[in-house]
Structure formats: C-alpha cells, structure tokens
Design a protein. Structure first.
Length: 185
C-alpha cells in the first residue's frame, strides 16, 4: 500500500556518535531498534550544523544526498546539493557543511543483501510510472509538490511506495529523490 510520511511524523533522535540529530523514516526489519539491532537497511534524514565525523557502520554501505543547504565537504571533497554519493560505512569521514546548516537524506544498507539506487527527479518527469516488483521504494519531495492518487506531498514529505505501482504527478519546479532498495539474494 502506498503511504504518505509527513515531515511532522518524523521523530528526531541522536546520531550514533552523538554529534547531531537524525530522523528515521524507515528501517528493515521494521522491528529493528537503531543502532543496536542488526538491520538490512535504514532510511533517514539528518541535519549537519557544524564540522565533525560521521558515525561509522562496519559491514554496511551508505548513500548520501544533500537536500538543502549549499553542500557538504566530505574528507576535503565537495558534495553538491542533489548529487548522490556512495561510500563505505566503515570509512572515516569528516564532514563540514558549506552553509550554516545542511539537511541530507541517506540510506545505510547491507550491500550483500540489497542494492540501493538514488535518482534525482525534476519537473520534466510529470507522470513518472513506478513499478517496484522486488524491494522497497521511497520518494522524497525536495521542492514543489507531488501527487500520487489522493495523496499530496509538499517539500519535506515522503511517499512509501512499497511494492505498489502507480503514477506520480509532479508540480511545476518540483525536485524529488526516488530511492529504490532492491533485494539481490
């Protein structure tokens, strides 16, 4: 079933290393308690206000996308807004926001069991068909608005597409991120 997750539904929690705040959107299995339990994947958004190290996640991979702010410097390399960046969860990463605060969207995942594809979509995808046969899909509205059936997303809202198909209609000047998490075993 397709389900809307509003930004107001998200609860902030401390980062694993205590250096900032994150809001968990979804985790698999759903019963997993982050960060103590083993999980297949976790989708979250975080706010970075000051320079500091990223939390490390041994045996996991990560994808990170800056969704607001000017970008993020990671180990001396600039990650611009809306550019997916894949890296090892065990890597030592030092981050510095390029503006007073950035917000990122990220997935931490077990790459031996799932693959994650992050796509940045813009208004040219007015009717973007979704058909997710094996896995999970989430759509994040960065700017503008999105409609899927009776549901409307505004900036900061998520759509849990599950394994459903449907048509997604984008409003003018809309930017979104589609995250596909597919089983590989």
């Amino acid at each position: 079933m397709i389900k809307k997750i509003s930004k107001s539904d998200l609860q902030l929690m401390p980062w694993k290393n205590g250096g900032g705040l994150t809001a968990q959107i979804a985790i698999e299995p759903r019963s997993a308690q982050f960060p103590d339990d083993v999980f297949l994947w976790r989708l979250s958004t975080a706010f970075v206000k000051m320079p500091g190290p990223f939390s490390q996640f041994e045996n996991y991979e990560r994808v990170l996308i800056v969704v607001s702010g000017e970008g993020l410097e990671l180990n001396g390399k600039v990650l611009p807004r809306l550019s997916p960046f894949y890296f090892s969860g065990s890597e030592h990463v030092f981050a510095r926001p390029l503006s007073s605060e950035i917000q990122d969207l990220g997935v931490i995942f077990n790459s031996s069991q799932v693959a994650v594809v992050a796509e940045v979509l813009t208004e040219e995808f007015y009717h973007h068909p979704v058909d997710q046969a094996s896995g999970w899909s989430y759509l994040y509205c960065v700017a503008g608005f999105i409609r899927c059936g009776d549901l409307e997303l505004l900036a900061g809202d998520f759509l849990d597409l599950g394994a459903e198909s449907g048509h997604i209609q984008f409003g003018q000047n809309t930017q979104a991120i589609l995250l596909k998490i597919n089983s590989i075993i």
